[in-house]
Design a protein around this ligand. Sequence first.
Ligand SMILES: [Zn+2]
Ligand SMILES: [Zn+2]
Length: 186
Amino acid sequence: MALPRPHLTEIPDSGLSLACGVQPDELELGPDDGRSHGELSLSVEIAKAGTGLSVTGVLTGTFLRQCVRCLTEYEDAVSLPFAVEYRPEDVPPRGRHKSPGAEARDLPEGEEEVYPFDGDRLELAGMLREQVILATPMQPLCDEDCLGLCPVCGENLNERQCGCPGEGRESPFVVLKAKAGRQRKG
Ligand SMILES: [Zn+2]
Ligand SMILES: [Zn+2]
């Protein structure tokens, strides 16, 4: 099932609620944006707000990420709530964000993000894609306490203690101590 693109005339004054599955392809996510594991699900409330629409909802799904410490792939179940506004393109949004390339993210915190209509239709894909990208961690960790890989033999220390001499892991401190020692002498 494709992501709904309701025509503006199809949205009653009382608003519209939608719930549907979303295929990752529909959001055109790049490999670094978060690889979705299977279908995402979307629930969205559309309400009229002046000449525009207020769109709130939540996108849930499972993403595959690679831990930066141990390089293991893990599944990250996420729930992304959003609250945005859609406006006709000829009405400039509040503030000075008229150019099409302007990042909606420049808006001060607390301000709703504004998206243009696609002609006479409500286009959710681009907005949802942004939500996913924003929620993608820069430094994904399989676990906050992930022990990472042994710098000596490369063993995943979450799975097994390899028994390598601890020197490798403590090296930054060893270097500091050595420097301090030298300074004291010199
Ligand atoms: Zn890890
Ligand atoms: Zn080791």
